[in-house]
Ligand binder design. Structure first.
Ligand SMILES: Cc1ncc(COP(=O)(O)O)c(C=O)c1O
Length: 309
């Protein structure tokens, strides 16, 4: 045994910032399917899957083959500068898979939080409004903007001070905690009455099944009511499927089971079998301003004549 868990934990404590915790006192040497082998040669069954990042298991042969093939050709150009076909192919596939009876377009990013941030930017650019309604116990990431949406103080926003503004928190329906669909809808009406008018709200964002919050499924009747509310007030409905997507709930996207569709869907985690890829898919008609406002940074536009022949 060349390495021990104890020795590596000691090195980690010396070299890695304290905020990056370690839930289990093991360092993993290799993994295959659902089996992990630590540096001391002990075998474990992986029930964590990198927190829903490995629906395909570790080192799925198709994922490894696709990545290997790509690595022998090209790693990066910055797609907005020079294109490559796999980006387009992924978007085509996601457009075909995402629920919603409308023409779709997608954009790709790296992390779930980045996908959520871009969904919010699009909703703001599209509506010209700034407010966002998120839900208690919802989880949307740990960057500053997504932290403002994440509805759990400890351990996420505790000690972080003032969050980016114009986020309003509604109740997520959960019978187990005594919150009915009616209670949850009433909490949104209270926001409209006491905090922000519907015409100030750009988006309502929720997980179809709360993950970090405790694995609570949003009732179909609640989703339908949110869809109606968004249609009535021109609010963008965002389904954060970073955790529920990629087959996690039995269908490719959980919203397929909800009877209504969102305007924008975020995806990440298991979408790339353990590699960092995320994105958003949404109504094609909403993307014209997005392309102008969000994705093509002025600096990139300015550089284009220099970079292109
Ligand atoms: C629903 C949801 N949204 C967003 C995120 C943030 O994703 P990432 O950790 O890739 O930034 C997560 C991560 O757990 C998530 O579960």
């Amino acid at each position: 045994m060349s390495q021990t868990n104890a020795a590596l934990i000691e090195r980690k404590n010396q070299a890695v910032a304290r905020g990056v915790g370690l839930a289990h006192p093991h360092f993993i040497e290799s993994a295959k399917n659902a089996t992990l082998i630590d540096v001391e040669g002990r075998e474990f069954i992986d029930f964590a899957g990198g927190i829903a990042v490995l629906n395909t298991g570790h080192l799925h042969p198709s994922v490894v083959a696709a990545v290997t093939e790509q690595l022998e050709k090209l790693t990066h150009t910055c797609f907005m500068v020079l294109g490559y076909e796999p980006y387009v192919e992924v978007c085509e596939k996601i457009n075909a898979l995402a629920p919603g009876e409308y023409e779709k377009k997608s954009a790709l990013f790296t992390t779930g939080a980045e996908a959520v941030e871009n969904a919010i930017k699009i909703a703001r650019a599209h509506t010209g409004r700034t407010g966002v309604i998120a839900f208690g116990a919802g989880y949307h990431g740990r960057t500053m903007a997504t932290l403002a949406l994440t509805g759990k103080v400890a351990p996420y926003s505790s000690g972080m001070g003032l969050m980016p503004g114009d986020v309003y928190r509604a109740l997520f329906p959960c019978e187990m905690h005594g919150v009915s669909v009616e209670d949850a809808l009433a909490s949104i009406q209270r926001i409209f009455k006491f905090d922000a008018e519907p015409c100030d709200i750009a988006a309502i964002i929720l997980e179809p099944v709360q993950g970090e919050g405790g694995f609570y499924v949003a009732p179909k009747s609640f989703m339908k009511a949110l869809r109606d509310l968004c249609d009535e007030h021109g609010i963008v409905l965002i389904a954060d499927e970073v955790q529920t997507g990629a087959g996690r709930t039995g269908t490719f996207f959980a919203m397929e089971q909800m009877g209504v569709s969102a305007d924008i869907t975020t995806f990440a985690k298991s979408i790339a079998g353990g590699f960092p890829l995320s994105g958003i898919v949404g109504k094609a008609q909403s993307w014209i301003r997005l392309i102008q406002v969000v994705l093509v940074e002025p600096t990139v536009v300015a550089r284009l004549p220099v970079l292109l022949p």
